[in-house]
Write a protein that binds this ligand. Sequence first.
Ligand code: C2O
Length: 624
Amino acid sequence: MSSFLSTALSSSFTPSSISSTKDHYKIASSTQISLLYKKPNNQHFHVSACKAIPPQRNNNKNSSSSSLSVETSKVDRRNMLLGLGGAYGAATIIGDKLALGADCTDLPLPYPDLTACTKSVISPIPDDPNAEQVECCPPTPLSEIKPYKIPVNPVKRIRPAAHLVDEAYIRKYMNAIEAMKALPDKDPRSFYQQAKIHCAYCNYGHKVKHPVTGEEVRFSVHGNWFFLPFHRWYLYFFERIAGELINDPTFALPYWNWDAPCGMTIPAMFVPEMSPLAGETRPNPLYDALRNPDHLPLNNDQDRCRQIVFDLNFNRAGGDNQLPDITRVCNNLAFVYRNMVSNAVDAERFMGNKYYVGCDIGRGAGSCELLHNPAHSWTGTTQNNNEDMGNFYSAGFDPIFYCHHGNVDRTWDVWRKLGGNDFGDQAWLDSKFFFYDELGDPVYVSVKDCLDEEKLGYEYQKVELPWLQARPPRKLEKSDVAANSTAPTVANAFPAKLDKVIKVLVQRPKKARSASQKKKKKEILVFQDIEYPMNEFVKFDVFINDEDEVGDLMSKAEFAGTFSTIPHGKGHEGGQVMASSFTIGLDEVLEDLQADDDEYILVTLIPKAGGDKVTIDGLKIDFV
Ligand code: C2O
């Protein structure tokens, strides 16, 4: 038992001391962290406080000073906008802000250069003298990294919905995760190493060699078109390792079916600290102490059956909303509908913006990633803490992560069956990732090889898609909210800080388009350059032609979409400024609002978390 969880469990905490009260939760969490991040001689996750992180190399050899000054002036403007004084003045530019202009290429992303992997920064301000970093790099391969060969005629694995599994499945699943946790930490197939994969790929530990300049460039698999393929391959190997360890080639991971009412709670098998199976006394390997206790069934006799309904509209601030469960379910279904249908108008809008190594462009999560974010924050975020699920670097340490991502991967499949088409860009298809396979061999894989699930050997248990019927009802009457509004136009309202509700009138370049025009091009509303600190949980909801400024009802035609983030580090504050775009599909919404003939729409942005740290450059309507 060498994994961090079993270490935590076998420490001075008796199971009951990690209770669901908030105080105990805090204690458990910090104790677990200190156990988790042992010094390097223990070969555990290693946190170091560093004096200063060396400045990132500027990628642009030819015009380094000019690109530096571009960034600097931008940072200055952000300081003003964010009102954060000098906090960002000397900030290291990381991620997609590293390179500008000249080194931008449309070549595929190579797999990471493991020799260049560095610790991942997890504390709010990278230049803070107390900045914490964690060692997330994978073990050094002992043999050559080879292209992965997908087995021909693989044994079929059927991934079940987590709320529908039987005892035999739970036993098998627990055995598999227990076996992964029992492997030595240095084994690349151990749960510990598997969990760190997410940290290295998502908190800027990995770098790739720039295909033209040879420079080492940081990148991310979130907020862009790598989100779905990266996580698909990640789960693929995790599942094969789990199956290998229990000698069952049919073993398949469960998926958290949070898009259907019966799946809208934390799946029961993840909840108890000790095995939920009759007659067993072992610790439950699916348990994680770092979850929001408000969202778990209570551990006392009266409330053991209490079920907390998952909330896709979770705001963190102020705790849970007090809406009746049925309202929450309807909200969830409308939220899924918007992200799977209304806003998922094409590959870029569903899967995420195109992102090329070395370019300062294209950051923007697709509707699929935005649909996925709330399960992270709802499971892992409390007022004081966002580990494990609530931030990128530790999310993989909660076994539920892989169950959640099973459902995310499934939405890709569903979206295609509803008519969605993947990217055809060579740069995407030929992009590569590095993993260890089920035998512990180092391999690289391509995006193009994960597009066919049948070839990969798995499929999802079929369930109903109740959200397909959850398109909010059409308004009986046309509203005059936009026509009577005195709200400013875009030019007068932006750039803006989102510290209060913003209402803005947006002019439509074309109106009353015919059905065939709509089929060819979709009308979309684009929020440009949304900037926020990378460690901040940020959320805002968007409504169209609505008088309301509360925004807690989503199953109505006016609700158009939600933007939210997952923090990169622990804590809730600060961090390097990130920029993102966000898109809403307008065709269905405007039809349902009977506003298709209108020249102006009234857009309401309702900040729900971290709004005072968010700035938005502008808004525009586009046709794609
Ligand atoms: Cu890589 Cu759910 O995140």
